[in-house]
Write a protein that binds this ligand. Structure first.
Ligand code: TNX
Length: 498
């Protein structure tokens, strides 16, 4: 008997049901073939590619009569563990069965098959190998929450599309399915907007970003390519235009959007809360509506994030006036508005989603929104912020929310975080990565991994099945995979890395 390459349950996030059957282990030695219905041709190609890479062997695609004989079978068959689909997760449900002759991936949609593929990827060795034995048995799986996200801050430091694509590949493996892009802030504007060319000429030009060290912006074709690249990995891009605060660079580019029409100097420090659009000026809404329309048109996903945080220099009355006018614009252009939870200070449109980001143990506004039926995204900074230092010695990151080690990022539950905001109010969980202290993709990887794996498991795995000791052991086994992929993860001393 050849030794197993991996145990069936050696997967992050931990699947809902794992039933090993050691009598049914599958040695990958025979001729490899993949069969799939035409609708799943793309998944079949990805599976074949995965197997070619892992084994170095040719993999054929079979159809018609040979399908029964294929060693890897893909079935699209209305697989559904969750027929009423109250939390919107049914599309991601899948089954994976491994026996001594065949591996079968089953789901009701390609999205579910893609999730199955990510599980199978982790059952293969991280480096190509001649002798691979897949563990026999059956996995049945589906996520706890529909929204499992992370965020990249392109404003404080711009990251090139190639870096963003690399990050997308890394997060897809953890079944993260939303990537929020923080596209604008005081220090930079990172998406081209037709009709407002100075936003990116000035806001994406040399000297932008914190300490002037992160210039650049996405052209419209580049943004569209990223959206498509993410979509091919079942990741929805959530664009954020941060309003009404965090807009200094807008006012540098277009002085008519300041209170007195006078130009303001560019800023590259990391202060927050000093800039604001003017609620009482019509020019404000012309600008905002143009931007919301353009970004909505470019974005096929259902969400548009309008920021709303830290508007310390917007008088409260003006903040409400502004949001009452701007939040409905998301709906006008076909989107659901997400905003940092400060937006809960106004009566929200029915589909709007507050995203909780603070460290306090309670929040009246978010509780009220939840009571009114709003869904909430949980991102408490003292648990979910990937830009917090791991410990006091971390070379990168901030510490205003404390230091966040791996256990701290794992050992909490979003349904317990805020009174009045329980399981049924949660759309999901997101781990934001702010980039004030980051300069490169390697920096991004260092802060995101391994903590994003913890957040991914919180978002996917049933609460009752989560356990730090189990996660810690699976994470240790995951390390070599990141190494093989060239990912600069933090070798936290909390983990006995393999
Ligand atoms: C707070 S979180 C901010 C950001 C900073 C971040 C740094 C939030 C909605 N606003 O402007 O980048 O802290 O951790």
């Amino acid at each position: 008997m050849q030794p197993l390459t991996r145990q069936l349950g050696d997967v992050i996030p931990l699947p809902v049901s794992v039933r090993p059957d050691p009598a049914a282990n599958f040695p990958i030695s025979t001729h490899l073939s993949v069969s799939a219905p035409t609708e799943a041709a793309d998944i079949a190609e990805q599976l074949a590619e995965l197997l070619r890479h892992a084994t170095g062997r040719p993999v054929s695609r079979t159809s018609g009569e040979d399908e029964e004989a294929a060693s890897f079978r893909i079935l699209l068959d209305g697989y559904d563990k969750n027929p009423d689909d109250r939390n919107g997760t049914a599309a991601e449900a899948y089954g994976l069965e491994i026996n001594s002759e065949t591996v079968t991936l089953r789901a009701g949609s390609n999205q579910g098959l893609f999730a199955a593929l990510q599980t199978l990827r982790q059952l293969l060795p991280e480096e190509p190998a001649d002798e691979i034995v897949l563990p026999g048995g059956r996995i049945e799986d589906e996520p706890r929450f529909a929204y499992r996200g992370t965020m990249l801050d392109l404003a404080r430091h711009y990251f090139e599309p190639a870096d963003i694509r690399s990050f997308i590949d890394a997060i897809a493996q953890l079944k993260i399915n939303h990537l929020h892009l923080h596209l604008t802030d005081d220090q930079g504007w990172r998406l081209e907007i037709p009709g407002w060319p100075r936003l990116t000429e000035i806001g994406g030009g040399p000297g932008t970003g914190v300490d002037g060290a992160g210039p650049g912006f996405l052209t419209i074709p580049e943004y569209a390519d990223l959206v498509a690249y993410a979509a091919a990995r079942y990741i929805t891009i959530v664009p954020e235009i941060d309003l009404p605060g965090h807009v200094n660079v807008v006012q540098v580019a277009y002085p008519e959007l300041t209170a007195d029409g006078q130009p303001v100097p560019p800023r590259t420090d990391a202060e927050v809360g000093y800039s604001s659009l003017v609620a009482g000026k019509e020019e404000t809404y012309t600008f905002v509506e143009d931007v919301i329309r353009v970004v909505s048109d470019l974005t096929p996903g259902p969400y548009l994030h309008i920021g709303g945080d830290e508007a310390f220099s917007t008088p409260p009355e003006d903040y409400r006036t502004f949001l009452n006018r701007v939040l409905p614009l998301a709906g006008k252009y076909g989107k659901r508005a997400i905003g940092w939870h400060e937006i809960a200070a106004v009566d929200l449109p029915p589909t709007a989603i507050p995203q909780y980001w603070r460290i306090e143990p309670a929040d009246g506004g978010v509780a009220k929104a939840a009571a009114a039926g709003h869904q909430v995204i949980m991102s408490p900074a003292d648990r979910a912020y990937l830009d917090m230092k791991y410990d006091q010695d971390s070379p990168l990151g901030l510490d205003w929310a404390g230091v966040v080690g791996v256990e701290r990022s794992y050992d909490w539950d979003p349904a317990d975080r805020l009174p009045g905001v329980g399981e049924e109010s949660l759309l999901g969980v997101e781990a934001p990565l702010w980039s004030e202290t980051l300069r490169s993709l390697a920096d991004v990887q260092f802060m995101a991994f391994p903590r994003l794996a913890a957040i991914a498991e919180i978002g996917w795995t049933p609460r009752a099945d989560r356990e730090w000791r189990s996660f810690r052991a699976r994470l240790a086994a995951f390390g070599p995979r990141w190494t093989a992929q060239g990912i600069n993860y933090y070798r936290s001393p909390e983990i006995d890395w393999a």
